[in-house]
Design a protein around this ligand. Structure first.
Ligand code: KIV
Ligand code: ZN
Length: 385
């Protein structure tokens, strides 16, 4: 059990379960379609990275999806493989036939979804959940139950639904913020209120419609959630899901929470998912963006050269990255000298000044890297001979 402070926040250092849904919710990103081979490679990389549970797909949606989920499950050796299912017999049977032991059953619970999408009453929804969870547990499956659009669901009904899921045999409940309408404070409060009524573990699944998915996930943990559902690079429907790399490093850096993740593999898997999903990582994306550990301004470069923590919240090597000193109009002599020294090139003060003047007078938007500076220095040397 967690340790709770007076305001109900979870301050324990217990391990948080990482449930990755890159292959299911992540693949729902507009325009993304992983091939069979890519899915297997991503699943294998997720296993190597230490993800506890991999949602490999939604087996009932197509034959291809069914076969990839079955194959991922048959080759997986470290992570638990899970399949998504609606509350109906065919979906549950597909998960069973794919050979899985772990099912993620969901139904929408908000009035918006019940009235306009499912066209059923709250009571009918409860009945479907009860029947589906009982069927899945009778088949020996571990059931994680999600109340889709939980964060826009009437609170009394949401608790009633989760209580029914627990009574019917669910082993874990998940709270999806399906359209990303929560903020960190409301997320902490929601999870801790639900936790007062439910004994089984609680998971959170946050979407990024307002750019708050990472914050909401870690504040859900603060409220008592012991699992986060995430996707690599935060890919997913619309603005995406909570980003795996941001959530796990934040849990570590700010919340004193352990996970099973090997942080040194984060960058590699992020690159892989970017390539296979066809979704470029924005340059200034936290943790995995090209600029996340790059320094240009003279004051910053001086700072990190002398003492990296001056301008780095975490050591880049922790997440499989390297510090990068780039040179542009904000740079000072220290950047040029650092690059030259690192590469064993000796330049006089005038030569360094010449290189810097050249760079500062360049009006293009180009940012120079180590190689460019080495080339410039070598050209000066050749000319000067
Ligand atoms: O965002 C969502 O509500 C989902 C559910 C299927 C868990 O992805
Ligand atoms: Zn989702």
């Amino acid at each position: 059990m967690g340790t709770y402070s007076k305001n109900g926040m979870d301050t324990s250092d217990k391990r948080i379960t990482v449930f990755d849904t890159t292959l299911r919710d992540g693949e729902q990103s507009p325009g993304t379609k992983f091939s069979f081979r890519e899915k297997l490679k991503i699943a294998s990389a997720l296993e190597d990275t230490g993800v506890d549970i991999i949602e490999a797909g939604f087996p009932a949606v197509s034959n291809d999806e069914f076969h990839s989920v079955r194959e991922i499950n048959s080759v997986a050796s470290k992570s638990t493989i899970c399949g998504l299912s609606r509350c109906n017999d065919d979906d549950i049977d597909s998960v069973i036939n794919a050979g899985l032991n772990y099912i993620h059953i969901f139904i929408a619970t908000s009035d918006i979804h019940l009235k306009n999408k499912l066209k059923i009453t709250r009571e009918q929804a409860i009945e479907k959940v009860k029947e589906s969870i009982e069927k899945a547990t009778r088949a020996g499956l571990y059931v994680e139950f999600s109340a889709e659009d939980a964060t826009r669901t009437d609170m009394d009904f949401l608790i009633k639904m989760f209580e029914e899921a627990e009574r019917s045999g669910a082993a874990k409940i998940n709270i999806p913020d399906t359209v990303g309408v929560m903020n960190p404070i409301s997320m902490t409060n929601l999870v801790s209120d639900i936790k007062k009524n439910i004994k089984i573990p609680i998971s959170v699944h946050c979407h990024n419609d307002f750019g708050l998915a990472t914050a909401n996930s870690i504040f859900g943990v603060l409220g008592g959630a012991s699992q986060v559902q995430v996707t690599v690079n935060g890919i997913g429907e619309r603005a995406g899901n909570a980003s795996f790399e941001e959530v796990v490093t934040s849990l570590y850096a700010f919340m004193n929470k352990k996970t099973n993740i090997d942080f040194s593999k984060i960058y590699k898997i992020s690159q892989m998912v970017s390539e296979y999903s066809g979704m470029e990582i924005q340059k200034n994306k936290a943790i995995t963006g090209e600029n996340a550990f790059s320094h240009e301004a003279g004051i910053h470069v001086n700072g990190v050269i002398n003492y990296p923590a001056t301008y780095e919240a975490i050591d880049p090597e922790l997440v499989g990255r390297q510090r990068n000193i780039v040179v542009g109009k904000h740079s000072g002599k220290s950047s040029i000298n650092w690059i030259l020294n690192k590469n064993g090139i000796k330049c006089s003060e005038e030569e360094v000044k010449f290189i810097l003047d050249e760079i500062k007078s360049d009006n293009s938007k180009r940012v120079l890297n180590e190689k460019d500076i080495i080339n410039m220095a070598n050209t000066i040397k050749v000319k000067g001979e």
